[in-house]
Structures are given as structure tokens and as C-alpha cells.
Design a protein around this ligand. Structure first.
Ligand SMILES: [Zn+2]
Length: 67
């Protein structure tokens, strides 16, 4: 997994922080309801995790690029 980032916002370069998509609250509810939805949702969040900047709120999303 790629942990080193160069932040396009503040220019920070180094070890990034992990940013999980989705909602932690929703995940807790799913865990409480049943193990399976919680596990599935958790897996989805981890699979889609990005590496963000530890210094500013940048969440690892790339600046607008034409794809
Ligand atoms: Zn930054």
C-alpha cells in the first residue's frame, strides 16, 4: 500500500494518513445489527481507502484531472 504522499494543497511530502470513505457511524450501526453487513461495509471502506495529508484536510483525492 502506498503511504507516501505529496500533497497538492500544502506541498507536504512524506508519510500520509489513511482516509476511509463512508461513515464510521453507519459502520457501527451495521456492526450492531449483524456481523455480516458490518464486515462487508468495513471491507468496502478499507478497499477504497486513500492516503491523505496528515497536515491539512486533504483526503487523498486527486485535483481535477481530465480523464
Ligand atoms: Zn496537505
Amino acid at each position: 500500500m502506498e503511504w507516501n504522499v505529496t500533497c497538492p494543497r500544502c506541498g507536504f511530502s512524506g508519510l500520509g494518513r489513511r482516509v476511509l470513505p463512508g461513515s464510521e457511524g453507519l459502520e457501527k450501526i451495521l456492526w450492531l445489527l449483524l456481523i455480516l453487513p458490518g464486515l462487508t461495509y468495513h471491507s468496502w471502506r478499507v478497499m477504497n481507502a486513500r492516503t491523505g495529508c496528515p497536515r491539512c484536510p486533504w483526503d487523498g483525492s486527486r485535483p481535477a484531472e481530465a480523464e
